[in-house]
Design a protein around this ligand. Structure first.
Ligand SMILES: NC(=O)c1ccc[n+]([C@@H]2O[C@H](COP(=O)([O-])OP(=O)(O)OC[C@H]3O[C@@H](n4cnc5c(N)ncnc54)[C@H](OP(=O)(O)O)[C@@H]3O)[C@@H](O)[C@H]2O)c1
Length: 338
């Protein structure tokens, strides 16, 4: 059986996560039992939620156990199978974690899913045609429920979730405005992702300044906001929300290292009769087929061209992950393993 490099969570961060929280080890993959499949990982998915799971504290997900392989989504190829539904060569999506191979009990519901790479490249099943894309779909379609002609805003607009948002909102007849860090990301948002406008929040020193930029980009106010960041960005957006606006609270990455994210004008939720709803995409498995069908069609027809940041080699995973938490990724952050 092949040698398997793995990255374990070695110790928990105090404040900011660092590379020393992780440890690279080499093991051997165990021989397969009946019902098991050996998957060679091609790409690992790096996602912001992993930061929360590195902490011991209570969250919506169980903490990542110490001394075990960092958990996470992968795409790869079956190289050996003792399960009748899987054959060597099958391309699959699973939760194999930060390692080069995984042995999967294929009888476990949802453990391994075969995917078709005819029209959608394999890596996109971790991004636009995977969990992040479905996240954008759920927040937009089920929480914000946009009407044609309304104005939608999203933060972290060029990330894995954000980049699927514009195509989905444009398909529903909306004006779509992004908020992202830096001129390159903003240009890409407008030129490639279909945003009508994109605001570089880094040139605004406070929420008042960002609020003025939002007024220019959203002359009719904001009806739907997809929140990925929190802090100053949320403060600014709240000042521009229309009455009966909807906010899908997807993430608050500005606070993932433990910094408090105080809200300056919470009374605006009342004044504008806003709906503010948080969600976890894995708790809504019933909508995944519908969402994936639309996302797969958008990518397959070239209407959605998601960008990827690809780190090379399993040993690059910790630094790439820390970079993701600092906005150094440009599009979906992946690690190429094989
Ligand atoms: N609720 C759910 O079920 C669910 C599922 C998936 C993802 N999420 C959440 O969705 C959000 C986006 O996830 P993603 O996978 O698409 O990640 P991503 O957007 O690809 O990467 C994270 C981005 O956050 C941005 N960011 C903004 N302010 C930041 C700050 N203060 N510190 C660090 N980064 C900042 C950076 O982009 P800029 O350079 O543009 O600032 C960075 O590139 C995250 O909050 C994540 O936790 C939630």
């Amino acid at each position: 059986m092949p040698r398997n490099q793995q990255i374990l969570l070695d110790n928990r961060p105090e404040g900011e996560a660092t590379a020393s929280n992780f440890k690279l080890v080499t093991t051997e993959t165990p021989p397969l039992q009946d019902g098991q499949v050996l998957v060679q990982h091609h790409f690992l998915s790096l996602d912001p939620y992993m930061r929360g799971r590195m902490n011991a504290g209570k969250s919506y997900a169980q903490p990542q156990p110490l001394g075990e392989v960092m958990q996470g989504g992968i795409v790869g190829e079956v190289v050996e199978s003792k399960h009748p539904r899987f054959q060597p060569g099958d391309k699959v999506v699973g939760m194999g974690g930060w390692q080069q191979y995984s042995v999967v009990d294929a009888n476990q519901p949802g453990a391994l899913r075969k995917v078709d790479t005819t029209h959608v490249p394999l890596s996109h099943y971790l991004g636009a045609v995977g969990m992040p894309g479905v996240t954008a779909w759920y927040g937009l379609v089920k929480i914000i429920a946009p009407k044609a002609g309304e104005t939608m805003v999203i933060s972290a607009a060029t990330g894995a979730v954000g980049s699927a948002f514009a195509a989905l909102a444009k398909a529903r007849g909306c004006r779509v405005v992004g908020i992202a860090g830096g001129p390159d990301k903003c240009k890409y948002a407008v030129d490639e992702l279909g945003f009508d406008a994109c605001i570089d929040y880094k040139v605004h020193k406070d929420a008042n300044s960002l609020s003025k930029a939002l007024k220019d980009a959203c002359p009719a106010g904001i009806d739907g906001y997809f929140e990925n960041v929190g802090g100053m960005v949320l403060d600014a957006v709240l000042t521009r929300m229309n009455a009966f606006g909807r906010i899908a609270v997807c993430g608050m990455i500005a606070g993932y290292d433990g910094a408090p994210l105080p809200l300056t004008y919470p009374a605006l939720i009342l004044v504008n009769r806003l709906k503010v709803e948080g969600f976890i995409v894995s708790e809504h498995m019933e909508i995944w087929p519908e969402a994936l069908a639309e996302l797969g069609m958008l990518v397959g027809t070239g209407k959605l061209k998601p960008r990827e940041s690809i780190a090379q080699g399993i040993e690059a995973a910790p630094e790439a992950f820390l970079g993701l938490l600092k906005g150094r990724n440009f599009g979906k952050q992946l690690v190429k393993v094989h």
